[in-house]
Design a binder for this molecule. Sequence first.
Ligand code: DP6
Length: 326
Amino acid sequence: MPAHTAKARAGANIALVKYWGKRDARLNLPAAGSISITLSGLETNTRLHALHEGADTDELVVNGQCLPVDRVGAVLDLTRKLAGGGPFFRVDSDNNFPTGAGLASSASGFAALVTAADQVLGLGLSKSRLSELARRGSGSAARSIFGGFVEMKPGNIDDGRDAVAEPLANCEHWPLKVVVAITATEAKSVSSTDGMNRTMQTSPYYPTWVATVAADLELARRAILERDFELLADVSESSALKMHASALAASPGLLYWNPATLACMHAVRELRAVGCGVFFTVDAGPQVKAVCLPGACAQVADRLADIPGVARILICGLGPGAEVVV
Ligand code: DP6
């Protein structure tokens, strides 16, 4: 029996093997797979509230601010279609990440949205179907449906049924930590969606980047299952740098880093060279995510906090997948 309101939460995730490019833009199908960790501490809470019968559109409020419904409305349309109809909703979404921190909220946002929509419409979808729906909102959101270590499959069916995430290992398997160095607090210049489109259309390195992902997935999978930190560090830094290399070679080139980003990357490499268990990854923005062994976390946080241009440090662990909040 469909309800009027439902609430769900989901954690942000960080890719260790990056997603950067699509095989189908309309269905948001990735060109290659990716592997991520779902975080605790950086999360979105979303409440859906059915609007009165006369409403003719969904409404979106993020951290108290009304925003255009855009992709959120499109994803809700998909869930209403599955339910054979349903009301328009007011979507109230709150991110607990510091506002303006330049951390992507689309992954946790769409994972929480589809989880709440499934509940409110009484759909009872599997996690895999929820992952497929979340992907339509944002490719990385498909991964936040699951907790711990997660792999996104690119799939090869045209309708995208098999382009879904799957759990690889749970949080307890390897309780890594992530130190996020915030190096800029203004909105980023080019979104992931636009950045990857430009890379696909203009970067001479794009085909080579895509061709190397399968081998990285293989290594990362093995590193995670065997808890081989050195191997995970090498493949993750390499994946991030290759993604950025493909973006740098686009026209005009996409330069997501600032001087503090680069200083943090060097600092992480220096720490690792003296035996500290840490490696970096960087997404479509200037923040640096330093993934560490639990014992290295305090040293890494202290070192990055001292770098000129680092405005703030956040520390996260691994967290669970998206879930309904009662
Ligand atoms: C660099 O999932 O934000 O963070 O599917 O177009 O919404 P869309 O892109 P999005 O891209 C994430 C890109 C990335 C790498 C990653 O998370 O794998």
